[in-house]
Design a protein around this ligand. Structure first.
Ligand code: SF4
Ligand code: SF4
Length: 506
């Protein structure tokens, strides 16, 4: 059973979290005391006992209270009790009973936000921490494949009816992001250009397209004019200065830093507007850098706030665990300066943690306009933070597999494209997803983090073919989490206003 809890922040303030309405109440220490001592310890009878002592004073946690104060907070406590504020969540056994239907999946296809192609499995670098390298073993059999243009054409022929006058297409001028990913996509720029021209010829009434690419930046000098011409948004990987960047090496071991850095500088000076609007930097944080050092270098050099990520923790090759642990750097534990906190803001883990909390507990946050019309009581509650297939994106691997995204193992393929047709059985996709989430439903029903869970089911450990395991996160872990969120709010109250203005309301 999920119960309400009290907790204290670093400043020793007491709070109460009501599981019924997800509110946090700043409470008097006496209310905290009554709540913790309740379940028949305080009750009417023992309450009388408190006042039967001679001087009618009571010491709670080394603080003396007189009878008036004690009585006032006791009546307040009883009022809260009578209004069911402290009650456990009565329907917790079935909180997450939602399933999806084939119609839901077709709706997602008709309103697809992002379509990502793995152009090739080949890469001109050999980064030590690469998700497709020796440290991991969940990316399927990589054979240096290149995606086939004919397969992509077949996919667009399959999707176009959903994007034309389909009854499930409820978009007006919807933007579809077309992503090119790898390996290194720029190794096959001619193919990318062919795809761009195909998309531009589609002539759809309700859709427009934005082209995006994730690149290691080494070949940018060759293709930048065309990328600018097609208004590509590019994400370039750079891990900081030369030493910070040294895991990103060529096959002969040479650090790729100078090539990437010079290419970025070239774009910055030749296409300053494009550089400021269309170029994003991404950095992996590991043992040879830190968020602070990466930020300082890249902000100074390019006036850009890099998106920082830790090493991927799923699918680690167990024979390389020692090497992984040596390289892993937990960005959540890094202490960074106030200046950098101001500049990076949402790019700082503690701000992210707070924003996630506020977003998931704010009645002001709606992911889409459609959500504005959903009655909270009728909301279909699906366990975990896993996205419904195609609600975030559709990913096509270089071999033609169709997946929910590029971050998950290829064993979770939802369909594939052959030389002749797209094989995507909507009923099967739906059945698979419902079976997966069924295997974890019970755990999520009993988990304190379920309302704000971001855990993707495909990144959990599995026992057997379809049973996913996640350790239920209990009361004491949740209370520590709330304590850390509210300690951050107490220490930096200005962050809350900034988060509401820039993220929740935006
Ligand atoms: S990691 Fe999981 S939840 Fe996130 S986009 Fe991919 S499939 Fe969806
Ligand atoms: S943390 Fe695990 S058990 Fe808890 S809601 Fe998320 S997936 Fe379910």
């Amino acid at each position: 059973m999920i119960e309400s809890i009290t907790y204290k922040t670093k400043s020793d303030s007491s709070y109460f979290y009501s599981i019924n309405n997800s509110y946090n109440y700043f409470i008097h220490p006496l209310i905290n005391y009554f709540f913790e001592k309740d379940n028949n310890v305080i009750g009417e009878k023992s309450y009388q006992v408190f006042f039967n002592n001679k001087n009618r004073r009571i010491i709670v946690n080394e603080v003396a209270y007189d009878s008036k104060e004690f009585e006032y907070y006791y009546s307040k406590y009883i009022h809260m009790l009578n209004n069911h504020i402290f009650e456990a969540l009565l329907n917790s056994p079935n909180r997450y009973n939602g399933i999806i239907s084939p119609k839901t999946i077709e709706m997602e296809l008709a309103n697809l936000q992002s379509l990502v192609f793995e152009i090739t499995e080949k890469c001109n670098l050999n980064c030590l921490y690469c998700g497709y390298g020796k440290l991991y073993n969940n990316s399927g059999d990589r054979k240096r494949r290149v995606i086939s243009f004919d397969k992509i054409k077949l996919l667009f022929e399959y999707l176009q009816p959903y994007w034309d006058d389909h009854p499930f297409n409820n978009s007006i001028n919807q933007v579809i992001n077309i992503g090119f990913y790898g390996g290194e996509p720029l190794l096959y720029f001619d193919l990318i250009e062919q795809i761009v021209i195909l998309i531009q010829s589609l002539n759809l009434k309700s859709k427009t397209f934005i082209f995006r690419m994730t690149t290691n930046g080494v070949l940018l000098d060759r293709y930048i004019d065309k990328l600018v011409n097609y208004n590509f948004h590019i994400s370039v990987s750079i891990d900081g200065n030369e030493t910070n960047h040294s895991y990103r090496a060529y096959k002969n071991g040479k650090n790729s830093f100078s090539d990437v850095y010079e290419n970025l500088k070239r774009i910055q000076s030749s296409y300053p507007d494009y550089f400021s609007n269309n170029v994003e930097l991404i950095s992996v944080i590991h043992d040879r850098n830190s968020m602070q050092s990466v930020h300082e270098f890249l902000y100074r050099e390019f006036t850009k706030i890099t998106s920082a990520f830790p090493l991927n923790t799923s699918g680690i090759n167990q024979t390389k665990l020692k090497q992984f642990n040596h390289m892993f750097n937990n960005i959540n534990n890094e202490i960074i300066s106030d200046d950098i906190l101001k500049e990076r803001f949402i790019g700082v883990p503690k701000v992210r943690l707070l924003a996630d909390y506020l977003v998931y507990n704010s009645s002001l946050f709606f992911k889409t306009y459609r959500d504005l019309f959903i009655n909270e009581r009728e909301r279909v509650r699906i366990p975990t933070g896993t996205c419904i297939p195609f609600s975030k994106k559709l990913f096509v691997s270089a071999g033609g597999k169709i997946l929910a995204c590029e971050k998950i193992g290829h064993e979770f393929e939802l369909g594939h494209i052959t030389e002749k047709q797209v094989i995507l059985n909507i009923d099967e996709v739906c059945k698979k997803f419902n079976t997966y989430i069924d295997s974890i439903r019970q755990s999520c029903n009993n988990c304190y983090f379920s309302e704000m869970c971001l855990q993707c089911i495909y990144q959990l450990e599995k026992s057997g073919k379809q049973n996913f395991n996640c350790k239920v996160r209990g009361k004491s872990e949740f209370s520590k989490y709330l304590s850390s969120v509210f300690s951050t709010i107490e220490e930096n109250p200005e962050l809350v206003g900034r988060i509401y203005n820039e993220i929740v309301i935006h």
